[in-house]
Design a protein around this ligand. Structure first.
Ligand SMILES: Cc1cc2nc3c(=O)[nH]c(=O)nc-3n(C[C@H](O)[C@H](O)[C@H](O)COP(=O)(O)OP(=O)(O)OC[C@H]3O[C@@H](n4cnc5c(N)ncnc54)[C@H](O)[C@@H]3O)c2cc1C
Length: 497
């Protein structure tokens, strides 16, 4: 592991038996896991290059148990790492050797569905896809659709502000979450937002979505559900160059068309996906766009025609429209399987996630190819072209000495490039440990200090998911905080005004 995590505290490790006993008193039965073999199941998330078993894992079932665990850990200065399904690609759920891993898998119930208000209230361990499954018989769905949706949880989606191919039109998690119940590190249960569209007070919900498990543990989520569009059609459009495909994307948006999804794959990704799932992709193109239009039948037909016209004007060499639902799903199958397809090309791959202004796409892809030659590692590209969110997959072999380090250095260069052209470090996978040390490339010291003051307001002892997101955690006192909890004013002898 080339990344430095906070050193385990020997005093905490020495108290392990006491910590396990305290957790068992809160969560009886099989909810506390402390044998090393079982803990290995939790040693990493989707960023598998980094791993270490947690000190102990606890799987609470009730909000009261979550609150009691956090209150006890806070009182005893024990670190806590929340975890959903462990599919994070940025190491957000990477355990700490001296920390409690708080698994939210047992919070797996859909609590309420209200079609009139178009909301669903779910526990955080419910998978993304299970929300759609719960409402689809009534003609509804939950729009954000990460490729991992069969496994990832809505709690993880909230923490990472996850996206998916349909977020171009329907928004990311933050645009589809109306409220959460959250337990703070001190064990207080708070509610932010609700069923209404315009919550009162500060927009703290906006702060929580995307906070990567650093501010509190989400124990309930209220999401917006949408009626299924009357119809959807996908177009497969092949281009002779990445430049022409990129220009087509820009022209479609400039024409005022917001497709339900607009994804691009480069030649290598097209070949990998086609070999894997036989989606019917053309193999003689340098770039492939999948554009999905949805809505009423007449609107969808009109917009498909418009997109085809714009594509041909940009030199498209092939255009194929799905003729039925089975073919539309087949078109997407290749894109959705692009990551596992990369796994067939190379023993390991490293999925990056950065965002750039759409018009800089050709420059960034060319530069990426140069870097690929420089590092001697292959790269294939799939991306959410509509919103400029890149997912380069760097191919490497962890068993070859130096290749992991080279892949990481290559990835860091790609992210620096994203920032250099006016983009940002992450699109939807979060910062976690992966991009933590690159935060100063994007943010000034003052920016980071201000963000950390928010962290201090929620978790003054810095016990929740430390080692993630911030390259260096300053003690809250250094940032000028004064925290008052339950009326206990620190330094009561000081005069106040
Ligand atoms: C094959 C594959 C494809 C993917 N495709 C996409 C994609 O298309 N779009 C996308 O956005 N992401 C994608 N991801 C990344 C990942 O699935 C998402 O980040 C997802 O939201 C993580 O959810 P999880 O339940 O697995 O969370 P975990 O990995 O368990 O945790 C992620 C973060 O959330 C925190 N967390 C989890 N639960 C809670 C809670 N209840 N309260 C507070 N904090 C919590 C953790 O501490 C951690 O920081 C993909 C991953 C894989 C492996």
């Amino acid at each position: 592991m080339s990344l430095v995590m906070p050193a385990p505290d020997p005093a905490t490790l020495a108290k392990r038996a006491e910590i396990v006993a305290a957790l068992r008193a809160i969560v009886p039965g099989e909810g506390v896991i402390d044998d090393i073999e079982s803990l290995r199941a939790y040693e990493s998330d989707g960023l598998t290059a980094y791993r270490q078993p947690p000190m102990v894992c606890v799987l609470p079932e009730t909000v009261e148990q979550v609150a009691a665990i956090l209150r006890w850990c806070h009182g005893n200065r024990v670190k806590v790492v929340p975890r959903g399904a462990g599919t994070s690609l940025s190491g957000g759920a990477l355990p700490l050797a001296d920390g409690v891993l708080l698994g939210m898998a047992r919070f797996n119930r859909v609590l309420d569905i209200d079609y009139a208000d178009r909301v669903a209230v779910v526990q955080p361990g419910v998978t993304n896809l299970a929300i759609t499954c719960a409402v689809e018989d009534a003609g509804f769905y939950y729009a954000p659709d990460p490729s991992s949706q069969i496994a990832c949880t809505i709690g993880g989606n909230v923490a990472e502000n996850s996206g998916g191919v349909h977020c171009l039109k329907y928004g990311l998690t933050t645009n589809n979450v109306l409220g959460v119940e959250l337990v703070t590190m001190e064990g207080d249960v708070i509610r932010l937002g609700g069923r209404g569209l315009e919550p009162a007070g500060l927009d703290l919900l906006g702060v929580i979505v995307g906070s990567e498990g650093l501010l509190g543990v989400v124990t309930e989520v209220t999401v917006r559900i949408l009626p299924r569009p009357q119809t959807a059609q996908a177009l497969l459009i092949g281009f002779p160059s990445v430049e022409s495909a990129g220009q087509c994307v820009a022209d479609v948006i400039a024409a005022g068309i917001i497709p339900a999804g607009m994804e691009m794959m480069d030649r290598a990704a097209v070949h990998a996906a086609e070999d894997f799932v036989h989606a019917g992709y053309p193999l003689d193109v340098e770039a492939l766009l999948i554009v999905e239009l949805d809505g009423p039948v007449a609107e969808c037909g009109h917009l498909s025609g418009e997109v085809e016209r714009i594509a041909l004007a940009n030199g498209a060499v092939s255009v194929r429209a799905s003729v039925d639902e089975a073919e539309r799903i087949a078109f997407w199958a290749g894109r959705k399987a692009a990551f596992p397809a990369a796994g067939r090309l190379s023993p390991d791959y490293y999925c990056m996630d950065g965002t750039i202004p759409r018009r800089r796409l050709p420059h960034v892809l060319n530069r990426m190819n140069e870097l690929s030659g420089q590092y001697g590692l292959g790269v294939i590209n799939v991306f959410h072209a509509g919103d400029g969110n890149l997912h380069p997959l760097i191919l490497y072999d962890a068993n070859q000495p130096g290749q992991l380090e080279a892949a990481e250095a290559f990835g860091a260069d790609i992210l620096r490039l994203c920032v250099e052209v006016g983009g940002v470090l992450t699109g939807e996978h979060g910062v976690g440990v992966e991009k933590r040390d690159l935060m100063p490339v994007m943010f000034s010291e003052a920016d980071l200090a201000q963000q950390q003051r928010v962290k201090c307001a929620f978790d003054p002892e810095l016990l929740l998911n430390p080692g993630k997101v911030f390259p260096e955690l300053h003690r809250c006192a250094e940032l000028g905080r004064m925290h008052i909890h339950r009326g206990e004013v620190p330094f009561p002898d000081l005069p106040r005004f």
